[in-house]
Design a protein around this ligand. Structure first.
Ligand code: F6P
Length: 348
């Protein structure tokens, strides 16, 4: 029998498809194979501050593999950040430490994005046994090739782009679609490539408004009916306007062409996970349980070239996985003639 008697598990930060699959993959073997109790902490780190949790039983896990969102709830509570959302008057890290002890937890599984892994690291420095599982639709967690949630978001965004093509062609319009990705443009890059976007704008590649406009005008004179512009929400833009609206206005202002904008928003984070995300989440969950059983804490599970690895939370903290302007998908898109809005440097 394992020395571990009770595991706490929480989901923190923005939700994404696959969270329940990960909860199930940690909990099912823990309960059924190893006789470990699993406490599901409510609403991310907030639940640890307020001692809100549910006892996860086999029954609670039934039917959740395919379910979007998180059965535990989530929040953006950052216990180490002053002037956070709630309960600012108390020493939250100390409260978490006390509650971890009161609840009799032997370890804590933190499923989340960059902020969550950072908090997980800081809690491990306070002496808690922590294991991290990376999730985010943005795919921007450093140290792993991929996070679950991303594939589902890309497939939703690609489907939206496919649909925009037909209406754009019918009206001979410029269609701008804004997808999520504040710092990292992975969703825009992947869905832009998969959906045949003519222009893809990413936070990591600085664009020029005139280059975008000239590209579209040239397409119109080349008798293309319509243009699809895929924009990540975090591109350079004035703060009072959304990225999609800004680019759409710039295009109609500079080209006199009709441009329409679609902001995909939270649709990208909702609903059923793809098969790929269910598999990634399940692999991460079972790998996290393996770490727990070995007593190997302070680590995040990660995928590198499809191999399951672990990485010290300390190494993940404060870093981001961003799109390199030389990334193979950027190159591939460019060879198809996709415009990234960069200033063209003429060879002398
Ligand atoms: O989860 C990451 C993310 O989807 C970002 O792409 C987006 O900027 C952010 O969450 C918005 O989240 P919320 O409005 O829930 O804080």
């Amino acid at each position: 029998m394992s020395k571990i008697k009770r595991i706490g598990i929480l989901t923190a930060g923005g939700d994404c498809p696959g969270l329940n699959a990960a909860i199930r993959a940690v909990s099912k073997p823990a309960i059924l194979k190893y006789g470990i109790e699993v406490y599901g902490i409510s609403s991310g780190f907030l639940g640890l501050i307020e001692k809100e949790y549910i006892n996860i039983t086999e029954n609670r896990l039934s039917g959740i593999l395919t379910l979007g969102g998180t059965i535990l709830g989530t929040s953006r509570e950052k216990p180490f950040k002053k002037s956070s959302l709630y309960l600012d008057e108390i020493d939250k890290p100390q409260q978490i430490k006390d509650n971890y002890k009161d609840l009799g937890l032997d370890c804590l599984v933190c499923i989340g994005g960059n902020g969550t892994q950072k908090t997980a690291y800081r809690l491990s420095k306070l002496g808690l046994n922590v294991v991290g599982i990376p999730k985010t639709i943005d795919n921007d967690i450093w140290g792993t090739d991929t996070c679950f949630g991303f594939d589902s978001a890309v497939s939703i965004a690609t489907d939206a782009i496919d649909r925009l093509h037909t209406t754009a062609n019918s009206h001979r319009r410029v269609m701008v679609i804004e997808v999520m990705g504040n710092k990292a443009g992975w969703i825009a890059l992947h869905s832009g490539l998969a959906g045949g976007g003519d222009i893809i704008l990413l936070p990591e590649i600085d664009y020029r408004e005139e280059v975008v406009a000239d590209f579209i005008l040239k397409r119109m004179t080349d008798r293309h009916g319509a243009t699809i512009v895929v924009v990540a929400e975090g591109i350079r833009k004035p703060s009072n306007v959304s990225a999609g609206k800004y680019i759409s206005d710039v295009i109609s202002g500079l080209t006199n062409l009709e441009s329409r904008v679609t902001v995909l928003g939270y649709i990208q984070r909702g609903g059923t996970p793809t098969a790929t995300d269910r598999i990634i989440a399940t692999r991460y969950g079972t790998a996290a349980l393996d770490l727990i059983l070995k007593g190997d804490f302070g680590k995040m599970v990660a995928l590198k070239d499809d191999h399951m690895m672990t990485i010290d939370l300390e190494k993940v903290e404060g870093k981001l996985n961003l799109v390199s302007p030389k990334h193979k998908l950027v190159k591939s898109a460019k060879s198809l003639g996709t415009c990234f809005g960069e200033k063209i440097h003429l060879k002398k």
